[in-house]
Design a binder for this molecule. Structure first.
Ligand code: SF4
Length: 469
């Protein structure tokens, strides 16, 4: 593994591995199997971090469970992006007080973005005396060491206001068998005025390309078919690398060469950094799915400026034009915030008109949520809560109509679908995804799970498609 100053010292990783082994021996000596439960809030990056926490817990001899009542260790991996996620978390942590009273050796831990905000973390630590352990996003690789202290009934508070380092060689317990998240970079340099992420995830740090490629080659060997490359802004991957420099477009081309991997996706892309070089790489790499999540957030230049998004409505539309010129059938999705403090009804009309013009396959729509410490926190609202809700409802109705019209064009088509597993709601039905990331339900034998199958679309539903082999 190549090293530079942003990497954790390998001796430190070795130390954590030794602690994992020691805890594993202790756990095996116990009369009953030790169990651990990890609860994840938020984005794909958090899902991927939780897979690392689970990997370390397994290495320490814990059996993973979804049942909090029977777990010896409960870890909440938190999100800071929306206020209601914070409220939900506090409710869930508070509800475990009785369990800790019944079982004093139970370890309750809270980690992730929310508690990377030192003041919030400290308030929680003081208020919820039954929390054994709080650690920020930067302390993830030291989880074994922190857990060892918490197991010895010492309350642990480990939140540091630093950029964090990249830690390789941490065990991972993947939630899926055929598709995997691969984090390629951490942090963000953009400081959108509403967003807390740069404060809790630090500045951009790219993993070395050879580490990323080695991880994906190993996944391919283990039978994984699809990888999603993750970063807060993958388009700026590599800009901070001092040696073995590689752009995100070049990285995509390298991943495309890996035998066994059949599909490549990535998230998230900042529109200002989506280069012509990347559009060409997407178009030319046969394994890169012709699907792109490109958050536009608002359709009005006034709002985009207040959001500090560093692009205009016109430049966003121009980027979409270039993408569609090279990939006419690409499925586009996006994020939109409704009710940003400076947004007027006229500004919102421009969001609606952009949605009509681009015709996204799907939109992730959010009502603006104020976050402490951001520039937007201090901005007064132009619209009332009622007006914002009405605008939000209009946007959702418009997008539902467009999504349905786009989905209707799939009827009767035969498409390759990666069969991912049984449907969560009906075990007799298999579920997979098209290249455009649409969910397809179909009847079939479980032996098909993990394979790519041609599926004819027979029925269109609001959020999914039905099909047959
Ligand atoms: S690009 Fe903007 S919205 Fe995305 S993580 Fe960075 S600051 Fe937040």
């Amino acid at each position: 593994m190549a090293e530079n100053k942003i990497h954790v010292d390998p001796a430190e990783i070795l130390k954590q591995q030794e602690i994992m082994q020691a805890i594993c021996i202790e756990n095996k000596a116990k009369s009953k199997q030790q169990k651990a439960c990890v609860i994840t809030y938020g984005c794909q990056q958090n899902e991927n971090d939780s897979e690392r926490i689970k990997g370390m817990l397994q290495k320490m001899g814990y059996e993973l469970t979804d049942e909090r009542e029977i777990a010896d260790v409960i870890i909440f991996n938190t999100c800071a992006v929306r206020e209601n996620a914070e409220k939900k978390l506090k409710g869930n942590v508070g509800a475990l007080k009785y369990l800790k009273a019944k079982r004093p050796n139970l370890v309750i831990g809270v980690c992730g973005c929310m508690v990377q905000q030192e003041q919030i973390a400290w308030e929680m630590f003081k208020k919820f005396r039954h929390i054994s352990l709080i650690f920020g996003t930067h302390g993830l690789y030291r989880f074994p060491e922190l857990l060892r202290k918490a197991r010895a009934n010492t309350r642990v508070f480990d939140v540091q206001n630093i950029d964090g380092q990249i830690a390789e060689d941490i065990p991972v317990k993947r939630d899926d068998k055929f598709k995997a998240w691969v984090t390629i970079m951490y942090g963000c340099n953009n400081f959108c005025s509403y967003c807390i992420v740069p404060f809790v995830r630090g500045r951009e740090r790219s993993r070395n390309p050879e580490d990323v490629l080695d991880e994906i080659k190993a996944l391919a060997k283990d039978g994984y078919k699809e990888v999603t490359l993750l970063g807060q802004n993958v388009n700026s991957y590599g800009k901070d690398l001092t040696e073995n420099k590689m752009s995100f477009a070049e990285l995509l081309r390298e991943v495309n060469k890996i035998e066994g991997i059949e599909r490549i996706r990535f998230a998230t892309s900042h529109p200002k950094d989506l280069s012509d070089e990347l559009i060409s790489a997407m178009a030319e790499c046969d394994k890169v799915c012709k699907q792109l999540h490109l958050p536009f957030q608002a359709g009005s230049n006034n709002t985009l400026k207040a959001m500090n998004r560093s692009y205009t409505r016109e430049s966003y539309l121009e980027t979409v034009r270039k993408i569609r010129e090279k990939m006419p059938d690409i499925a586009l999705t996006s994020d939109v915030i409704v009710g940003f403090p400076t947004e007027t009804n006229e500004d919102f009309e421009e969001t609606l008109s952009l949605v009509k013009e681009v015709r996204f396959d799907n939109l992730f729509t959010f009502i603006y949520s104020k976050r402490k410490g951001t520039v937007a926190e201090k901005m007064p609202f132009v619209l009332s809560g009622k007006e914002i809700q009405e605008n939000f409802d209009r946007l959702v109705a418009l997008q539902n109509e467009i999504s349905r019209e786009i989905n209707d064009t799939y009827l009767g088509k035969t498409l390759p679908v990666l069969i991912e597993g049984e449907s969560k709601t009906d075990k007799s039905v298999l579920q997979g995804r098209t290249e455009s990331n649409k969910v397809v339900n179909l009847k079939g034998d479980n032996s098909l799970i993990g394979s790519m199958q041609n599926v004819r679309i027979t029925e269109i539903r609001t959020w999914s498609l039905n099909g047959e082999l």
